[in-house]
Design a protein. Structure first.
Length: 312
């Protein structure tokens, strides 16, 4: 039955939805990207986590009231690194509060992704770099964590607007900086989100590698990474029963997902896995489905097993 089960599971995977690809709008509604306790994170335990508060990080009205013109800051002869860094945060948050029609000018992102990005985004990132040139060493780790978070948000904004090349560079850069300042949870989230979008962009091999790295950094506070890795590895397992089982265990043990669409897909994957496993143990459970395809495959496999045992 095991070999037959494998056969119909492989076939079933072909007729089921291959990889979870909810519309990008569903990702924008996700609540997983709000970070709390950034400054209170313990270096050893990495307490930073994504929480579902549903509270927007960026309030455009208050930002605009406090915003200085970029030229006025850059031209000040005695501006400090604190001023530069704060200005970078303000430019970043102003940009993140905009959509494509209101974000303003776009410029070539030379030296980074070599793509085009909003001018305000690039300006914010330049402010961060200038601040680090004169920043005291004692402040670098704390400010690097803030920088990594802002760049993560830049990547998310770009990815949701389908600027893949610019977004990918920033997800990787956010993870690099986060690892540098020992913010493993943020790094794992950046790579998990990159893996999600690589799947959207049909770059499955790269997504597999990125998600695997994300899991190595953190699994406890990284619900997206292990789940997506399990779904992807289940598709790639082929006739490798051990790999298939391991992938299914990742899905079965996965936590609630950060968006409604992903959570619905996770629950459907779990239901499918349990169906095939129950059918392996009790052929009568083949009828525990509303899918005609699943029923036909399950009955055919059961019949084949009976014939195999009869002529053995």
């Amino acid at each position: 039955m095991a070999s037959c089960l494998l056969a119909f599971v492989v076939v079933a995977r072909c007729v089921e939805a291959d990889i979870p690809r909810p519309p990008l709008g569903a990702v924008r509604e996700s609540n997983d990207d709000n970070l709390e306790d950034l400054h209170n994170e313990d270096e050893a335990d990495d307490l930073m986590s994504f929480v579902g508060t549903g509270v927007e990080l960026h309030k455009a009205a208050s930002i605009r009231q406090n915003l200085q013109s970029p030229e006025s800051v850059l031209n000040e002869p005695d501006h400090s690194w604190e001023t530069q860094f704060s200005q970078g945060v303000r430019e970043s948050e102003t940009m993140l509060a905009c959509d494509e029609t209101s974000v303003g000018s776009w410029v070539r992102d030379a030296g980074r992704s070599a793509s085009v990005v909003p001018e305000k985004m690039l300006l914010a990132e330049e402010f961060f770099l200038e601040a680090f040139n004169t920043m005291p060493e004692s402040k670098r780790k704390e400010k690097q964590a803030e920088q990594a978070l802002q760049i993560y948000n830049h990547a998310k904004w770009l990815a949701e607007h389908n600027y893949a090349k610019a977004a990918e560079w920033r997800y990787r850069e956010s993870a690099r900086i986060a690892k540098q300042c020992r913010r493993g949870t943020l790094a794992s989230h950046a790579l998990a989100r990159l893996g999600f979008f690589l799947i959207q962009w049909c770059r499955y091999d790269e997504a597999h590698t990125v998600l695997q790295e994300s899991m190595k950094l953190n699994t406890k506070k990284n619900p997206l990474g292990p789940y997506l890795f399990g779904v992807l590895d289940r598709q790639l397992a082929g006739s490798d029963v051990a790999r298939l089982r391991a992938a299914e265990e990742l899905i079965l043990n996965s936590a609630e997902q950060p968006s409604e669409d992903l959570e619905d897909q996770r629950l459907q994957h779990i239901a499918d896995i349990r169906y095939w496993r129950n059918a392996e143990l009790e052929p009568a459970r083949c009828f525990d489905t509303s899918s005609v395809t699943h029923l036909v495959i399950c009955l055919a496999c059961t019949f084949g097993r009976v014939m195999q045992e009869f002529f053995a």
